[in-house]
Design a protein around this ligand. Structure first.
Ligand code: DGL
Length: 274
């Protein structure tokens, strides 16, 4: 049996950073990507809502033949991973928090780790928990960054406002002397120029920035076959406007190719079409 596609999802364009890492590591592997842009941003929403969204999207991906599902979205990984795994015991479900936390715990030299994430993720303290499991001597400082995701979704990553926001969010991490900082939201790699500009003024030595997606692919690699004789087109869905989503994806990740179309939420169930 040829393997099914890898399914992955996020609230919006951020998970395209994860899709790109997966396609780079496994070019033979087809992906199905879902951007829940109808509900973006997820960051300020209650955990109960995030669980509903993650559950509905994972059901759609499972029904689409995905045997591996990646919760590219950090807030979903932090709140809904266990429930979705229980619902689909025969599928391999991956989150991004654990690989990111493990990588940071292995990387730090002074045991002071920072996490930039959405409020929903920092509220769970899941990064702190997983970092402590990997290295109990680490001190973790988590900072919620509510202005970051809207900047990325609206294409304003290169603005003075982005540097201003980055300065505000990095300041407590500089005060703690963090030498390693986790980008705990998939949207944040697109803000790296602004984050670097801010960090140059705040840190005497540039901290190392960890993108969990780069470490997630190591975990996936244990299960992804190196050859896939069937390689249908990638599929990119949005719960908003697919024309707009294709344009955003084309700017952010021009190497990602595939079919773009719409999904609609209907009483918690995702259906094809707008
Ligand atoms: N990109 C998602 C994450 O990694 C959520 C961003 C949001 O919609 O607030 O957590």
């Amino acid at each position: 049996m040829p393997p099914g596609p890898i399914g992955l999802f996020d609230s919006g364009v951020g998970g395209l950073t994860v899709a790109t890492e997966i396609r780079k590591a496994f070019p033979q592997q087809t992906v199905i990507y879902i951007a829940d842009q109808f509900h973006v941003p997820y960051g300020g929403r209650p955990a109960s809502e995030i669980k509903q969204f993650a559950g509905g999207i994972s059901r759609f991906l499972a029904n689409s033949g995905c045997e591996m599902i990646v919760m590219a979205c950090n807030i979903s990984s932090a709140t809904a991973l266990d429930e979705v795994r229980q619902e689909h015991p025969n599928l391999s479900i991956f989150g991004v928090v654990q690989p990111g936390a493990r990588a940071a715990a292995a990387d730090t030299r002074n045991n002071s780790i920072g996490v930039l994430a959405t409020l929903g993720t920092t509220n769970t303290r899941e990064y702190t928990r997983h970092i402590s499991l990997a290295n109990p001597d680490c001190q973790t400082t988590e900072v919620a960054c509510p202005r970051f995701v809207p900047l990325v979704e609206s294409g304003q990553t290169g603005t003075a406002g982005a540097v201003h926001a980055a300065t505000e969010y990095l300041t407590p991490l500089a005060e703690q002397g963090c030498d390693t900082i986790i980008l705990g939201c998939t949207h944040y790699p697109y803000l790296m120029p602004a984050i670097h500009t801010a960090a140059r003024d705040l840190f005497s030595e540039m901290p190392r920035f960890i993108d969990p997606a780069k470490y997630l692919v190591h975990d996936l690699g244990l299960l992804v076959p190196s050859v896939n004789p069937q390689s249908p087109a990638n599929r990119f869905y949005t719960t908003s406007d697919p024309v707009q989503f294709r344009l955003q994806a084309g700017v952010l990740e021009p190497s990602l190719e595939g079919d773009f179309s719409a999904l609609t939420w209907n009483n918690g169930i995702l259906e094809v079409g707008s």
